[in-house]
Design a protein around this ligand. Structure first.
Ligand SMILES: Nc1nc2c(c(=O)[nH]1)N[C@H]1C(S)=C(S)[C@@H](COP(=O)(O)O)O[C@H]1N2
Ligand SMILES: [Mo]
Length: 419
């Protein structure tokens, strides 16, 4: 089927096509027509010798040099106090390979002896308990595919002028994994809550002793002590041998290398929930405990660094997520937000998970501004940048979930702009 045979009726301005386009358009992609020379049918060198053997550990194809975490950086004078970012623009689907899951450490990755590590549950409980890794692994495990996002993600978008960046450098502190672990409610049941128990203070076995207060109703709702990530035991950078995982809530609260769980009546007001991870308003009030991550989306392809080489039909694809539940709808604009068309959502639309969306777009070779906006099942619509910044103090950067605009210039290069 030639592209010209396809229904390219517009769904919104500047070339956005109906989202069902790709369902019927098998041949809209970049395959070249088979010539008489039948290029690609000769016996290539790699067909003339037996291939390589098996190996104990898999690795990506050597040619895929972009499949690395980006912007790996640590604060001056430290080795492990910083971040690395998920290369969002080089991934598709919804699951992030563990080796590309972003990292955020406040004092590096501790070298934990799993045999000696203990999780201690104490405070307002009838029976304080201590769990070894073996003991914990004997409890029933549940698993779910869910996102983890640092609340500092996308904070660069508060800059008064748009900073140059890629989907990864601007938004790469988000990832989704299949997290497996023991529901924390089961451990609390065993310990027995005392009257007045309302909060749980979780702390980690790293030198930063990251500690956060979590309301007990969240714990009883869907918190787990995660032991597995994408089917294998957690990786050291993501909390081995165990971490707290709080679906949909700001990443900071999912305490890695989980060591202490203290049941209390009041929050502990730790440094990590007062001076940090709080939202300063322009009236001087700091809002504490902004737990669920707001509804958000970003177009990952095309995006800066991925050039459009020729005019024609493209698949515009990206990820959307919400800490409030499922994504209900994603819309895409190619004219800077003047008109919108519904994107197609991939089959897996899971609660508190990345959802992959796709739109068909016919680039006419001229300038365009691509945007996406997501709506979650609770009815929250992703705000504009101006809406997010309203009422915020200057430099208040946590929990930024505004729409991302990518400008396409006449050469097919993309850049971060404010629409
Ligand atoms: N013990 C401990 N837990 C921690 C941190 C930390 O530095 N120490 N960083 C937090 C932050 S700010 C985030 S965003 C997530 C990042 O998890 P990841 O490194 O698995 O992506 O872990 C959280 N849990
Ligand atoms: Mo974070």
């Amino acid at each position: 089927m030639k592209t010209t045979d396809l229904d390219t009726s517009p769904a919104a301005g500047n070339g956005l096509l109906d989202r069902r386009f790709f369902l019927k358009a098998g041949a809209a992609g970049g395959a070249s027509l088979l010539s008489a020379a039948a290029h690609g049918m000769q016996r290539e060198p790699w067909m003339q010798v037996p291939g390589a053997g098996m190996s104990e550990l898999g690795a990506p194809a050597a040619a895929e040099t972009d499949l690395v975490r980006t912007d790996v950086s640590s604060r001056p004078g430290t080795t492990g106090s910083g971040v690395s970012r998920t290369p969002l623009q080089h991934l598709d689907g919804i699951v992030t390979p563990s080796r590309l899951h972003f990292e955020r450490h406040h004092s590096g990755i501790p070298d934990i002896d799993p045999g000696r590590h203990r999780l201690v549950l104490h405070g307002l409980v009838e029976r304080p308990l201590s769990f070894s890794l073996d003991a914990l692994a004997r409890y029933p495990v549940v698993s779910r595919i869910q996102f983890l996002e640092c609340s500092g993600n996308s904070g660069a978008l508060i800059a008064p002028q748009p900073v140059p960046g890629t989907a990864s450098s601007l938004h790469g502190l988000v990832a989704a994994s299949e997290w497996g672990g023991v529901p924390l409610g089961a451990l609390l049941d065993e310990a027995g809550l005392k009257p007045g128990a309302r909060w749980l203070i979780a702390d980690g076995a790293d030198a930063a002793v990251m500690s956060r207060s979590v309301p007990l109703d969240k714990i009883l709702d869907d918190a787990i002590v995660a032991l597995y990530q994408n089917g294998e035991p957690l990786r050291p950078s993501n909390g081995y041998p165990m971490r707290l995982f709080l679906p949909g809530w700001e990443g900071n609260m999912s305490v890695k290398w989980l060591r202490g769980l203290k049941v209390t009546a009041e929050p502990a007001m730790t440094k990590d929930e007062t001076s940090k991870y709080s939202d300063l308003r322009d009236d001087g009030v700091a809002e504490l405990f902004s737990f669920p991550m707001g509804v958000k989306s970003v177009i990952t392809n095309p995006s800066p660094g991925l050039k459009l080489n020729a005019r024609g039909i493209y698949q515009v694809s990206g990820i959307a997520w919400s800490g409030n539940g499922r994504i209900r709808r994603v819309e895409v604009s190619a004219d800077g937000g003047r008109s919108w068309a519904d994107a197609l959502l991939d089959e897996h639309v899971l609660p508190k998970c990345l959802t992959r969306f796709r739109s068909a777009w016919k680039w006419d070779g001229g300038p365009a501004v691509l945007l996406s906006r997501a709506t979650d099942e609770a009815g929250n619509q992703q705000p504009t940048r101006a809406q997010v910044l309203e009422g915020r103090a200057v430099n208040s950067f946590y929990h930024y979930n505004g729409m991302q605009a990518w400008q396409v210039d006449g050469n097919g290069e993309l850049s971060n702009v404010y629409a």
